[in-house]
Design a protein around this ligand. Structure first.
Ligand code: HEM
Length: 371
């Protein structure tokens, strides 16, 4: 099986119909080479994440038909989705639970890429693009939380505004001071349904182009430097390759399974909709992915929410440039892997601590009305 997947003759084994379509749309050029060792769910997690994002976009488009981003109507429109819109309650639940599951598959993808050292040369910049995708996904979850316009959403918005104020002139977009003509809720809605998805699509396109350009990394420690060859090609020559269509079928299969789990969670639990807004109090906690930040807010105030994510994302982006180990082998990079595990365990411990603590007042201006 020493043949390079990219050098195969023009898909002679495909049906005539497919060849007709492909010769016009070039769909097969989207395929990327898969060495045999990547025939594994760990190397499918990025694709599963993408599948989940597509379902989130479709379900989000449906919800957008009924959602009204005016602060005086928003909550009512969420109630309409739940009670009246056809399949509204289910679609809303799917959108919520799938968003949680997609963040999990995204984190697992990040951990796989980190553990296998796949961010090392020449893939450093694709890791940095991945960090951008991670930040955008968190932005989507955050803005989505505000939209349901319950106590949790409203407190999230207060934090958004406080952080905007800490940024001074540069943060004015995050505050109502930006314009009198449109409520900030509407601008966050536009961020959620247009600006962030647009950025996500653009960066995901670059990410996938780079995956295709570099191919999938060789096994950890098996990077064979050979002039003019990529490690993927070397790996495929040694161990054979896995057909991209089978890989795609795996991605779709896993993607459907994750969507089925999201559907089940939606049917059993629905999506949360908290208490009506009580502007005088802070009594909720953020979603699990933001919880590790919560204790820092207790200890250092709201400015921790500005600096910690910034430093954290910068540190994450710097990993490929810090890793100076001589190979991507697991043993060689053991100190780095242990450091990564300690960071993850610390984040989990902070999250559990935050979950157990009682909600505290963090935002000075909470009493300033909800409209
Ligand atoms: C919206 C989020 C993301 C999507 C849709 C996505 C998608 C993908 C896909 C489809 C692959 C091919 C291999 C695989 O599936 O494992 C891949 C590889 C890769 N991703 Fe992502 N990814 C995302 C986020 C990230 C993040 C957060 C990082 C790291 C911070 C990252 C870094 C990489 C790197 C370095 C590779 C090359 C891996 C290799 O060659 O073995 N990605 N990504």
């Amino acid at each position: 099986m020493a043949q390079d997947a990219r050098n195969r003759p023009a898909h002679p084994d495909r049906s005539k119909a497919w060849q007709w379509i492909d010769s016009r749309l070039g769909l097969e050029s989207l395929a990327y080479p898969i060495p045999a060792h990547a025939n594994n769910v760990l190397y499918t997690l990025g694709g599963i994440t993408l599948f989940g994002i597509v379902v989130l976009i479709i379900s989000g488009i449906y919800l957008t038909q009924f959602y009204h981003a005016d602060p005086s109507q928003a909550r009512e429109s969420v109630n309409y989705i739940i009670s009246t819109a056809r399949l509204g309650e289910y679609v809303r639940g799917l959108h919520f639970w799938l968003a949680n599951l997609v963040v999990i598959t995204l984190l697992l993808h990040l951990v796989r890429v980190f553990a296998t050292g796949s961010y090392r040369a020449p893939r450093e910049l694709n890791w940095v693009v991945g960090v951008g995708l991670f930040a955008i996904m968190l932005g989507l979850v955050f803005t989505g939380t505000v939209l349901k316009w319950d106590q949790e959403g409203w407190e999230a918005l207060q934090h958004n505004q406080e952080i905007g104020e800490l940024l001074g002139g540069a943060g004015v977009w995050f505050t109502p001071d930006f314009t009198d003509s449109t409520p900030i809720l509407e601008r966050l809605f536009i961020a959620h349904i247009a600006v962030l998805p647009f950025l996500l699509a653009g960066l995901a396109g670059v990410h996938l182009l780079l995956v295709k350009y570099h191919g999938i990394s060789a096994r950890p420690g098996e990077v064979i430097q050979h002039p003019g060859h990529t490690d993927t090609r070397e790996a495929m020559e040694h161990e054979g390759y896995y057909r991209f269509t089978s890989h795609l079928a795996d991605i779709v299969g896993w993607g459907l399974l994750v969507t089925a789990v999201g559907s089940l969670l939606a049917l059993v639990f629905g999506a949360p909709l908290g208490e009506l807004i009580d502007p005088g109090e802070e009594k909720t906690k953020p979603l699990w992915m933001f919880l590790p930040l919560y204790p820092f807010e207790d200890w250092f105030g709201i400015k921790a929410l500005l600096w910690l994510p910034f430093v954290g994302l910068l540190g994450l982006a710097a990993i490929p440039f810090i890793d100076r180990f001589r190979s991507s082998g697991l043993r060689v990079r053991m100190p780095l892997l242990i450091a990564g595990a300690v960071v993850l365990a610390t984040l989990a411990a902070l999250g559990i601590y935050a979950q157990a603590s009682t909600p505290a007042e963090h935002v000075p201006g909470v009493e300033e009305g909800a409209g």
